[in-house]
Design a protein around this ligand. Structure first.
Ligand SMILES: [Zn+2]
Ligand SMILES: [Zn+2]
Length: 292
């Protein structure tokens, strides 16, 4: 946490426009770290055939819904995050108020919903039914189960070789990547799973969203004076992934670096490219000032 706080301070000084969003980020991370410190989850029992399927058919080891969740801890974290959100900005405060009302009237069962936390459709359905902002609601649910998901991923880490998978989806849970990283000598490229956070190696010339490997239709651009961050564009699927280049940047939380460069997402979107897995922290109603 100390390192994270230091990095947040650095970014704030460089980009004061990000102050509000970074304060929020830090509080959420602190709350999650507290849960993680004493978190207990059930062991994942891998079946032998699952590993065979991984090797032979390239199936991921498990699926999103197979992660064991500590529901008590997630429910408590949900309440904490609601409080943090309430104090962070007016839109969040309004949404948290609505969510509380629905929960207080027992119209939804929070624990049941958390159990289904991996199902984006279910969250969407509930949000629609009660007129909630889907993005905020989903953020709160996903962030509440995140410590359990990451603990589950850690259990499975030893089953896999991150250097040899080389596919556009996560070998642990099958989800799409949210970011890519360059690190090490020569700049090996890695992807980060948007759901469980696992990192695995990938070719330098590769679009993880459509498997395009043709150099001619893959390009990238940097932010001005920010050579450590780039946007990798694919002209085949018109989508992009953000790449954080750690060769000249101290190792830090990739999701923080992503959040601190939302102005690059705005640029990519202006060029007509879509981001399949948007930054979960980015919400147009929270952070209007960024990129202006
Ligand atoms: Zn994953
Ligand atoms: Zn593509």
């Amino acid at each position: 946490m100390t390192k994270l706080k230091k990095r947040i301070e650095q970014i704030k000084q460089k980009r004061p426009g990000y102050g509000e969003i970074l304060d929020f980020y830090q509080k959420v991370k602190e709350a999650q770290a507290q849960v993680t410190a004493s978190l207990k989850i059930d062991p994942i029992k891998l079946k032998k055939e699952w590993k065979e399927l991984l090797t032979k058919e390239s199936f991921s080891l498990i699926q999103k819904e197979d992660f064991p969740l500590n529901i008590e801890a997630s429910a408590k974290l949900f309440q904490t995050l609601c409080q943090i959100g309430k104090d962070s900005n007016p839109h969040m405060a309004e949404q948290v108020g609505k969510i509380k009302e629905v929960l207080d009237n027992k119209k939804i069962d929070l624990k049941n919903l958390l159990k289904e936390g991996g199902k984006e459709q279910r969250i969407e359905q509930v949000a629609n039914e009660f007129g909630l902002d889907k993005k905020v609601f989903s953020f709160l649910i996903q962030s509440s189960i995140k410590p359990s998901i990451e603990a589950g991923m850690e259990q499975l880490r030893s089953e896999l070789d991150p250097e040899t998978w080389l596919k556009g989806y996560c070998p642990v849970c099958g989800s799409l990547p949210s970011l890519s990283l360059l690190r090490g000598e020569g700049g090996k490229r890695y992807l980060i799973c948007s759901y469980c956070g696992y990192q695995w190696r990938i070719d330098r010339i590769f679009c993880p969203y459509c498997n395009n490997q043709e150099q001619g239709s893959l390009q990238y651009f940097y932010g001005e004076g920010e050579e450590s961050y780039r946007i990798d564009l694919c002209d085949k699927c018109r989508q992009y992934i953000k790449t954080i280049d750690y060769r000249n940047l101290e190792e830090s939380d990739p999701s923080l670096e992503d959040l601190a460069t939302l102005h690059l997402d705005i640029l990519a979107s202006q060029k007509g490219y879509k981001r399949p897995i948007p930054n979960p922290w980015a919400h147009e109603k929270w952070y209007m000032g960024i990129g202006r």
